[in-house]
Design a protein around this ligand. Structure first.
Ligand code: HEC
Length: 129
């Protein structure tokens, strides 16, 4: 009885480890952000990543050697209103019903703090509005 309990606990541990290591997202938070705030931002970012994968990744993520490359949008590009109308391809799929403000907020938090990929979108328009 005991032994099988220990074995099943070990199994659960291994499964949790495998899942968490394969889904590890990396973020860069400002050093002055306290670790408790970082922990709550990390949770928002993880949710934002899931929503990004649903709503945005098929157009914006490229893959190189199996690694996901997500663009580094600038802070001015990451404004909800601007995103909703950023492109004629956005307009039909990005009204408040399809991507509610709360979801878009989590996506923007994720895109703000994700580690950099070096990929820029619309470089010629950067921050000059
Ligand atoms: C149907 C394809 C498509 C989807 C889905 C999509 N985008 Fe875009 N997006 C584009 C295109 C095309 C552009 C123009 C720039 C480019 O060619 O990459 C763009 C531009 C942008 C820009 C730059 C805007 C600017 O002002 O310069 C941001 C930020 C952005 N998208 C964010 C998002 C987010 C966040 C999502 C998900 C909620 C998303 N996009 C979903 C196609 C898409």
């Amino acid at each position: 009885m005991r032994k099988s309990y220990v074995i099943s606990l070990l199994f659960v541990g291994v499964v949790i480890f495998a899942c968490s290591s394969s889904r590890k997202n990396s973020y860069v938070f400002p050093t002055e952000m306290s670790s408790s705030v970082q922990a709550s931002y990390k949770e928002i970012c993880d949710k934002g990543k899931v929503l990004y994968d649903i709503h945005c990744a098929h157009c914006h993520t490229t893959k190189k050697w199996g690694k996901e490359l997500i663009p580094d949008f600038t802070s001015s590009q990451l404004e909800a209103y601007r995103i909703r109308i950023a492109n004629e391809r956005h307009e039909p799929i990005m009204n408040d019903e399809q991507v509610p403000a709360e979801d878009l907020g989590m996506i923007m938090t994720f895109l703000t703090y994700k580690s950099k990929s070096g990929i820029v979108v619309n470089q010629k328009n950067l921050d000059n509005h």
